[in-house]
Design a protein around this ligand. Structure first.
Ligand code: SAH
Ligand code: MG
Length: 213
């Protein structure tokens, strides 16, 4: 990975350990089918720099989708809350200004396009084939399974599906990301091609009759 972009990614706020970020970048850099990149759950832009670096190098676009109001687990009183991310004027979280600054400072505004909105709302009108999908949005049961159902059908054969915070042992973390990883594996449409920390990298090998395009 380009050293300046790596430095930007490591300096950015967020929830992506360095080894998993590098694995994310490597997976994106090795995508060899046509299509856009999309991540669900951008927060302050940390994973978007790892993925966006590869998108830029390949002349592709990374769509970085987030409503920027935080997941349940980012709200006050929860484990992953950062109080300075509250916009006092509306008393809600707002990570969009920091995301924009992160992408600007990394020099990635040409390669990373923010989609600001609710995942299922955007997904309902989405029609662009995805060469890479990274799922790291809401980690509750409903949001995680909904993201799976909304976005995975858009991944093309040969395309890459990355899921974050996959913990086989419940003692290590919540279940839903692990459950959607299992859904992908049990569908028979994906093979696992990498695992780094809680990041799982899968490749679509086939497409069931229900999928679009
Ligand atoms: N990938 C980030 C961390 C993402 S944290 C990093 O590298 O640091 C999870 C993010 O998912 C939060 O920013 C939250 O706002 C977003 N999110 C949760 N539910 C969402 C939904 N329904 N639609 C859009 N974004 C959502
Ligand atoms: Mg995560």
């Amino acid at each position: 990975m380009d050293p300046e972009l790596l430095a930007s990614a490591e300096a950015a706020r967020g929830f992506m350990p360095p080894d998993e970020g590098l694995a994310l970048n490597a997976a994106a850099a090795s995508v060899d089918v046509d299509g856009a990149f999309l991540e669900v759950g951008s927060y302050c832009g940390k994973s978007a720099v790892y993925l966006g670096a590869a998108a830029k190098a390949a002349g592709r676009v990374l769509f970085a989708l987030d409503h920027h109001r935080g997941s349940e687990e980012n709200q006050a009183g929860w484990e992953h809350h950062e109080p300075d991310l509250i916009d006092p004027a509306v008393d809600k979280m707002d990570t969009l200004p920091i995301f924009r600054r992160t992408i600007h400072d990394a020099g990635l505004e040409g390669a990373v396009v923010a989609l600001v909105g609710d995942s299922p709302t955007v997904g309902a009108v989405w029609a662009t084939p995805l060469a890479l999908l990274f799922i790291d949005g809401g980690h509750g049961t409903e949001p995680a399974h909904r993201d799976y159902e909304t976005w995975v059908p858009h991944v093309v054969v040969g395309g890459t599906l990355l899921i974050h915070d996959v913990f086989a042992d419940p003692a290590d973390g919540g279940r839903p990301p692990y459950e959607i990883y299992l859904r992908a594996m049990e569908s028979g449409e994906f093979e696992e091609i990498g695992a780094t920390g809680s990041l799982r990298t899968l490749r679509r090998i086939s497409r069931g009759p229900a999928g679009p395009g």
